[in-house]
Design a protein around this ligand. Sequence first.
Ligand code: HEM
Length: 208
Amino acid sequence: MAGFFANLRNTVLAGFVLAAILLAYALRAQGYDATSFWMFIVRWCHIGSGIMWIGLLWYFNFVSTPTMPKIPAELKPALGKYITPAALWWFRWGAMSTLVFGLILAWQNGYLVQAYTLDFSEGMAGWPVVPKFLAIGIGMWFATIMWFNVWFLIWPNQQKALNIDGKYPDLPQAEKDAAAKTAGMFSRINTMLSIPMLFAMVSAGHLF
Ligand code: HEM
């Protein structure tokens, strides 16, 4: 038993097998309808990816960064050399798959344009004409800005600060510090945005 759970791949596979059993039960109870089935699968992948992404964002902000000052100097390099680069891989690809599945979901729901135009596509008179489009649009804009921050501000600056993949072997310490500061600031901005983003995203389906 302990041997089984010592292996991450086995553990994740077991999770998928359990989910497949639940799916088989749902199909037996409800029958198969292609549209709602695929929308459900995309929504499930979207939320799973979102948990990977925002889970790591909150890990960086609630656990890793505040604990850093308490770590003895000789142990600090382990974080920058091994743990943070590995976390950043899951972090940025989690952000990418959340965005991709989210866009597919909006398209399946038939409101991709309406949401990204914050319902203005439905006309100015009596705006918002469909409050749900505005709510999901606000969530999608916040999350898209956060995705941009991950890929174009946090990741490149972390690469510089931590010399990830050996790309910046000779960068002066002052530039490394500046890069770490920029990455840290946008990570904080994303933490702030994650709260109303999630509110808007969940409210679209359940408050409106
Ligand atoms: C990156 C851009 C994103 C886009 C384009 C996007 C798009 C969407 C769309 C279209 C929905 C469907 C709402 C509905 O069917 O009523 C949705 C729901 C949802 N999204 Fe996102 N999303 C994004 C990011 C995120 C992130 C970062 C999270 C964090 C966990 C997240 C979590 C959720 C949740 C929990 C729902 C609610 C599902 C439900 O109530 O059934 N999304 N999103």
